[in-house]
Design a protein around this ligand. Structure first.
Ligand code: CP
Length: 320
């Protein structure tokens, strides 16, 4: 394995900051490791002693339902102690810097800090300043690596492969850290990645990453093996990036009529939180093709695998 601190993702060393610099072998190793953790879910006692005695702190500067809860369950299933910092009632509101907050948590012997922050690069700042393992739970528009990994695993579990699959990401690619992590992981694994979105919500030069661009969802959806719908960030509507929500719905909502144009076995994914009736219609979200709840379940197993890969005991064993 070649995870390095310099490359921003270092399962073998310390931190998970992004998927950009992982190679195919690293990603395949993670995919292979998820199933044994998932098998724990069906046991009457859903716990393993892997992280007994370890302290994991979640430090979320932005709201979250899935990621924070999923990390907490994953950590508890590996027998770690988990502490959630409530930002609104912490010393952050008194002006404490990110590094000082991190150093304070490290002085309390936090072994892992799982951080979500509105600023891209915030996890990297902690990683460079602390000995604790830092896991990026979403930083600005940059990356959301564990979401990328759980999306990758869900596709792999359902389709039994990644290479050659046509994966379509629909929606606000420009502001989506989920899209960035998906693009890095899927292209490295040999998937054919496409995006469908209004031109104003697509990053410049995205084709350089090997991504095909569609502006017409009907055309794009017909060819896809997997359609991953992204949340329209309604808070961005004041930036006038598309004329109106009504027009977005007309052109880009995944409806049952559009689903009918797709392959019968197309997988419908959404990282959540969903705006039903905006980027996805309710009947599509609840259709047999949708694996949205399975993504959430897989998220726990994927995060258990990530915590395992970062654990000091495993690193000691792999260096022997
Ligand atoms: N997918 C995702 O990151 O969801 P949350 O914002 O609820 O964590």
């Amino acid at each position: 394995m070649t995870f390095t601190r310099e490359h921003g993702m270092s399962l073998n060393c310390k931190d998970l900051l992004g998927l950009e610099h992982l190679d195919k072998k690293d990603l395949q190793t993670i995919l292979n490791s998820v199933k044994p953790f998932k098998s724990l879910f069906t046991r009457s006692v859903k716990k393993a002693p892997t992280l007994i005695g370890k302290t994991i702190v979640t430090l979320f500067y932005e709201p979250s339902t899935r990621t924070r809860t999923s990390f907490e369950i994953a950590a508890k299933r590996l027998s770690a102690d988990v502490v959630n910092v409530a930002i609104d009632t912490s010393s952050v509101v008194k002006g404490e810097s990110l590094i000082d907050t991190g150093k304070t948590l490290e002085a309390m012997k936090a072994d892992y800090i799982i951080i979500r922050h509105s600023l891209a690069g915030a996890p990297d700042i902690l990683a460079r300043n602390l000995n604790a393992s830092i896991i990026n739970a979403g930083d600005g528009f940059h990356e959301h690596p564990t979401q990328g990994l759980l999306d990758l695993y869900t596709i792999y579990e359902k389709k039994k492969k990644i290479e050659g699959l046509k994966v379509l990401l629909v929606g606000d690619i420009l502001h989506s850290r989920v899209a960035k992590s998906n693009i890095w992981a899927l292209t490295k694994m040999g998937a054919k990645v496409a995006v469908a979105s209004p031109p104003t919500l697509i990053p410049a030069n995205i084709e350089d990453l090997g991504v095909k661009v569609y502006y017409n969802l009907d055309e794009a959806v017909k060819k896809a093996d997997v359609v991953n719908i992204l949340r329209i960030q309604l808070e961005r509507q004041k930036e006038n990036l598309f004329p109106s929500v009504h027009e977005y719905i007309e052109l880009y909502q995944l409806t049952k009529e559009r689903l009918a144009m797709a392959r019968r076995d197309v997988l419908i994914m959404h990282p959540g939180p969903m705006n039903r009736g905006i980027e996805i219609s309710s009947d599509v979200a609840d259709s047999p093709n949708a694996v949205i709840n399975e993504q959430v379940t897989n998220g726990i197993a994927v995060r258990m695998a990530v915590l395992y890969f970062l654990s000091p005991e495993r690193k000691d064993a792999s260096s022997n």
